[in-house]
Design a protein around this ligand. Structure first.
Ligand code: PHE
Ligand code: ZN
Ligand code: ZN
Length: 342
């Protein structure tokens, strides 16, 4: 009996050695304290800055796009193309060089293969530590998608412009990603992750996602990176992202709440690839509890976004205060990761 066990033990050790030799170099995972100390600005200053920035202007522009394109901005439609041109214009005006990453997908309604794309735009900084800041740009076919997810797109555009205007030199590369075909089946972010080599995966320090930033009856939800509330922690480093976002809210005396990773947005492909992830969410069809009314205000037992995936998800469906708060949180976390020595 002893001998086979011994042999199995040696075989097991040999296998572990081979596996550890093949695996990619360990990702740098900055500690929450390091992230905070890297910031050149305080959370309340960032909040004031974002309160003055024109987040609503981007929502108005994307509402116009939908109005002029048959009422939506869905994958494969003129509304998506016009949304993309708007984002690209904004990025170019801020000095970025946006690039389209094209992919094909199956449109089950049309029973056809179609092409669509992500838009990627990078800052300067070390590519060895890339920060992927993402929001989906497409809407559902049923409506203009202004909360879902023009709101997230607006926070990304303003974060990109803010970083460019302040003239800070990011130590780490920030890649702003506007995902395509999220509403089809999270396809753009999955395509992006699928295209990464092993070393590019290990060079991706974190993915910061934002999907629905201004729900009319919403809340300040932050993905539960450390698993303290929902048990299912994100990949190593996700707790740092949760912590820097919570830090922003607490520094501004704004209550926030963790939300679980349930595979329902573009963080999911990163999660499954073992890349630190998380981000911001203002709520969709979940109903508001009395605890949440105390924290966030709003209406008890009503959906966070009663217009979720409906034609009424238009400019009227926007919670402007929440939009400002989420925008500031996005700017703060992005800058923290950009400036942290990894
Ligand atoms: N949360 C996504 C959105 O509305 C939709 C979604 C739900 C995607 C469940 C995948 C799974 O943008
Ligand atoms: Zn949606
Ligand atoms: Zn969405």
């Amino acid at each position: 009996m002893g001998k086979p066990t011994h042999k199995a033990g040696i075989a097991f050790l040999a296998l572990m050695l081979i596996l550890s030799a093949c695996s990619s170099p360990a990702r740098t995972v900055p500690k929450p304290e390091t992230l905070v100390t890297a910031l050149p600005v305080r959370a309340n200053e960032v909040h004031e800055t974002f309160a003055k920035r024109n987040l609503m202007g981007h929502l108005e522009a994307l509402q116009r796009v939908a109005d002029e394109s048959g009422g939506n901005r869905a994958a494969g439609t003129p509304g998506y193309e016009a949304s993309a041109r708007y984002v690209e214009e904004q990025l170019r005006a801020a000095g970025y060089n946006p690039v389209r990453q094209v992919f094909t997908y199956r449109d089950e309604d049309l029973e056809e293969n179609r092409e669509t794309f992500n838009i990627l735009a990078d800052t300067a900084g070390s590519a060895d530590h890339t920060i992927v800041v993402g929001a989906h740009l497409d809407s559902v076919r049923r409506g203009p998608g202004i909360n879902d997810n023009a709101s997230g797109v607006a926070t990304l555009i303003e974060t990109a412009r803010w970083i460019a205007e302040t003239g800070v030199e990011p130590k780490n590369r920030v890649r702003f990603a506007f995902w395509g075909a999220e509403e089809v089946d999270l396809l753009g972010s999955q395509h992006y992750v699928d295209e990464l080599s092993k070393s590019e995966i290990s060079q991706t320090a974190v993915n910061i996602n934002i999907d629905m930033a201004a729900s009319p009856n919403g809340g300040r939800f932050v993905h539960d990176g450390d698993g303290s509330s929902f048990g299912d922690a994100g990949p190593a480093g996700s707790q740092g992202l949760e912590s820097i976002l919570l830090d922003y809210f607490s520094e501004n005396s704004l209550p926030a709440e963790p939300t679980g990773f349930i595979g329902d947005s573009d963080y999911d492909a990163f999660f499954r690839a073992g890349i630190a992830t998380g981000g911001l969410f203002a709520g969709d069809v979940g109903t508001k509890t009395s605890e949440q009314v105390q924290k966030f205000g709003g209406t008890l037992n009503q959906d966070h976004d009663p217009c979720y995936h409906r034609s009424c998800d238009n400019i009227e469906n926007i919670n402007q205060e929440l939009l400002t708060e989420m925008g500031g949180a996005m700017g703060y976390a992005t800058l923290a990761y950009a400036m942290t020595q990894m």
